[in-house]
Ligand binder design. Structure first.
Ligand SMILES: O=P(O)(O)OC[C@H]1O[C@H](O[C@H]2O[C@H](CO)[C@@H](O)[C@H](O)[C@H]2O)[C@H](O)[C@@H](O)[C@@H]1O
Length: 394
């Protein structure tokens, strides 16, 4: 590599002495030909952006890109338990992690082990259920198109929705999550809550507020889309990112209507930095969009003050439950974006958050569940408990 360059997987690797943590930067060959016509008629292409900045991003860019990558890695920490053939050092590390995990669990105890305690705190209040999708109702898988929920989970969510006001709040597009869940009994909020639709007349007798709309079956619904004016810009950026990602082995990009996910899960870790910088570079031309990170994804979303917490608040109001202090919302989620919802519940001083995680995470949730199979168990417990109560009242 005498020239300081080499070709690999459709990339040109450029040597960059200005980068402390990565010696080489991947520059997709497609950068030179890529262009997209934007909503205002102008054409943007990475050739119109200075190449120098692709190879050597600014200090601030590097700092934020590094920050996201670190956060992404932390969201997918290494396994907790030792394998039988681990070395003595590995075992000692694992023992230490186990101790730390147990300490963390004492601060965020299992919602299953503490089911009765949760029911006790909610006594005299009406429980409402809010659920995240990926990693909560469906297991995390490599291909985002294959994140199916099990039939048992579907039955449990349906039963829950027939007994409690229920909504799913997800980073996915609302349509995509509906395809996965296929239940008409609940409310759906897609694009991290920027696309909310639910029955105008809630099945629990509550009248929802919002813009009236009709679903495919002609049912009256309410639609709330606080980021609707970003539709075109998101489409434009999606096209640019499609070009950037198409030559990165393993990278995937997902259009979530008002947000975009760039998937790193199947990208070799040594290529993460270069990909993240390419994403940041595209985004530099769009100051009204921002970048956040999730479980091995970077997400692009409108820079508006809206998140899953605000969506939860909106839904509580739409369901006629917002101002009532006899409501006990339970929010179950696994991701960083769910923290906004956990925070809202902490602020409301009623209701509680449950984090789905097998590993230590900094969280505002009070309780934890290890994985979607435990979420299923928890939902089934709720159904059983509620049915028993209703039978007693009859
Ligand atoms: O709010 P959520 O329902 O949790 O959605 C957040 C993102 O979830 C999906 O990505 C995650 O799950 C994928 C499938 O298991 C996995 O491959 C990926 O690594 C995870 O980050 C979804 O694909 C994204 O669009 C959502 O934003």
């Amino acid at each position: 590599m005498a020239s300081g360059r080499m070709r690999k997987h459709g990339f040109t690797l450029k040597e960059s002495s200005s980068l402390p943590t990565s010696k080489f930067h991947l520059v997709p060959h497609t950068c030179k030909v890529l262009s997209s016509r934007l909503s205002d008629g102008s054409v943007i292409s990475p050739t119109t952006m200075p190449m120098k900045r692709i190879v050597a991003p600014s200090k601030a860019e590097r700092a934020s890109v590094h920050g996201w990558l670190e956060a992404m890695k932390n969201l997918s920490p290494p396994r907790m338990r030792c394998m039988q053939n681990d070395s003595f050092e590995d075992k000692t590390d694992c023992d230490l992690m186990d101790v730390k995990y147990r300490a963390w669990m004492s601060e965020h105890p299992s919602a299953l082990d503490n089911f009765n305690a949760i029911i006790e705190v909610s006594a005299g209040k009406r429980i409402a259920i809010f659920l995240d999708y990926d990693g909560t109702l469906s297991p995390i898988v490599e291909d985002p198109e294959c994140a199916f929920m099990s039939d048992d989970m579907r039955t449990a969510v349906k039963d829950v929705a027939n007994l409690f006001p229920t909504a799913i709040i997800t980073g996915r597009s609302r349509e995509k999550v509906y395809d996965f869940v296929q239940l008409s009994e609940l409310y759906y909020a897609g694009s991290h809550g920027m696309d909310i639709m639910g029955p105008a007349q809630g099945c629990h007798g509550f009248k929802a507020q919002g813009t009236k709309a009709l679903d495919e079956k002609g049912n009256e619904m309410v639609l709330f889309q606080p980021a609707s004016k970003f539709t075109q810009v998101i489409n434009d950026v999606f096209k640019l990112l499609e070009e950037v990602t198409k030559n990165v082995p393993g990278a995937k990009i997902e259009h979530n209507k008002f947000c975009i996910s760039i998937h790193f899960r199947c990208v070799k870790e040594e290529n993460w930095l270069a990909l993240a910088e390419q994403v940041q570079h595209v985004l530099d031309a769009y100051p009204n969009l921002r970048l956040t990170q999730g479980r091995k994804i970077l997400e692009i979303r409108p820079s508006i003050s809206w998140n899953k917490g605000k969506a939860l608040d909106y839904l509580l109001k739409a369901l006629g439950l917002g101002s009532r202090n006899d409501i006990f919302p339970i929010y179950i989620g696994d991701d960083r974006t769910d923290e906004d919802a956990f925070k809202l519940l902490t602020r409301r001083k009623t209701g509680l958050g449950i984090l789905v995680s097998k590993t230590i995470k900094d969280t505002n949730a009070l309780y934890s569940l290890r994985e979607p199979s435990e979420v299923l168990e928890f939902l089934m417990h709720l159904v059983k408990w509620r049915r028993r109560r209703l039978n007693r009242l009859m």
